[in-house]
Write a protein that binds this ligand. Structure first.
Ligand code: CP
Ligand code: NVA
Length: 333
């Protein structure tokens, strides 16, 4: 097997070309099929990966750990309570230490600048497991899931992201669809739309790939979408005080059966997860008690319906994260 992305870090989608992104999707599909057929080969035997998490995670951490295990590599998990990073030891010093001990570093945290610093100082490939600005491993999983469910090429596939589009998910969905030549629509209240420079970056990529990019506050733009994506109304690290404003601004953008019908009879629902779709979590219960809302960004009716592909999407986190690591670190089995 060839490894054309050998030694590459994975910091943000825009660092990759159409061909490179498509290669990662193809590799993920291949690794997924090989595993299902019991034919998976190990390309990462004996490698050591540091997993640095400054924020919570269920899917991303599990995916890195299981993907590394499947490929014969070892992981070490560092959480904010059990490492010095950022508190007693600078990111640059931490990077230089980890780079001596590990073959690669995964990082999840508050700032894109931190993952870039780790990349600058560690001397080993660095993988972005989510920052304030981008969620690129999620984008590969979303691309693979849409490819599997659309039944047509991604360049003929459309999707709408509905919600707060200023942060990682809204920004990443905007640029990654543009990179793949898709019909991308971002629907958000004006004050929650992506920054101008990100829209311009997406439009520049769209010029190259033939993608269609729409950013609007009109919910009707969802019409004719093959997929409807959303994200939590309040992201990790945001203060509790933003809830009042967010609920007021985003309630008209909640994904319910009516919105899915507006998208189209065959439209599928997607969500990076976790999702607040009922009262069965602490946050969901608090939202119900405070605002009388049963679920936030998506109704349970949609989340639990046949139109929801969220668990296929979650599974694909593992296959795509495996592809990122194999592409960068893999050696012939
Ligand atoms: N979607 C996602 O990144 O999930 P986790 O926060 O559980 O890793
Ligand atoms: N926007 C969310 C994504 C979680 C996967 C957050 O940053 O918390």
């Amino acid at each position: 097997m060839d490894f054309p992305l050998h030694g590459r870090s994975f910091l943000r989608e825009l660092d990759f070309t159409f061909d490179e992104w498509t290669y990662l999707l193809d590799l993920a599909a291949q690794l997924k099929a090989d595993r299902a057929a019991g034919k998976e080969k190990q390309y990462m035997k004996g490698l050591r990966i540091a997993l640095v998490f400054q924020k919570m995670s269920t899917r991303t951490r599990s995916s890195f750990e299981v993907a590394a295990f499947d490929q014969g590599a070892h992981t070490t998990y560092l959480d904010p309570a059990s490492s010095h990073v950022g508190y007693k030891e600078s990111v640059a010093d931490t990077a230089r230490v980890l780079g001596r001990i590990f073959d690669a570093i995964e990082f999840r945290g508050d700032h894109q600048t931190t993952v870039e610093q780790l990349n600058k100082w560690s001397g080993v490939p660095v993988f972005n497991g989510l920052t304030d600005l981008w969620h690129p491993t999620q984008m590969l999983a979303d691309g693979l899931t849409m490819r599997e469910h659309a039944g047509k090429p991604l360049a003929e596939t459309s999707y709408t992201y509905v919600g707060d589009a200023r942060y990682n998910m809204g920004r990443s969905l905007l640029v990654s669809g543009a990179m793949l030549g898709m019909d991308v629509r971002i629907v958000a209240p004006k004050s929650l739309q992506p920054p101008h420079d990100v829209i311009e970056m997406a439009k520049a990529r769209a010029e190259e790939t033939g993608a269609r990019v729409t950013v609007t506050d009109e919910v009707e733009a969802v019409a004719g979408s093959d997929f409807v994506h959303t994200d939590m109304w309040v992201s990790m690290g945001e203060p509790d005080s933003v809830w009042d404003e967010r609920v007021e601004l985003l309630t008209p953008y909640r994904v319910d059966a009516n919105m899915m019908d507006m998208a189209g009879a065959d439209a599928k629902f997607m969500h990076c997860l976790p999702a607040i779709h009922d009262r069965n979590t602490e946050v969901g219960l608090r939202v119900f008690e405070r605002y009388g809302l049963d679920g936030c960004e998506v109704s349970d009716e949609v989340f639990s319906s046949d139109r929801s592909v969220v668990f296929d999407q979650a599974e694909n986190r593992m296959h795509t994260i495996k592809a990122v690591m194999v592409a960068s670190l893999g050696r012939e089995a």
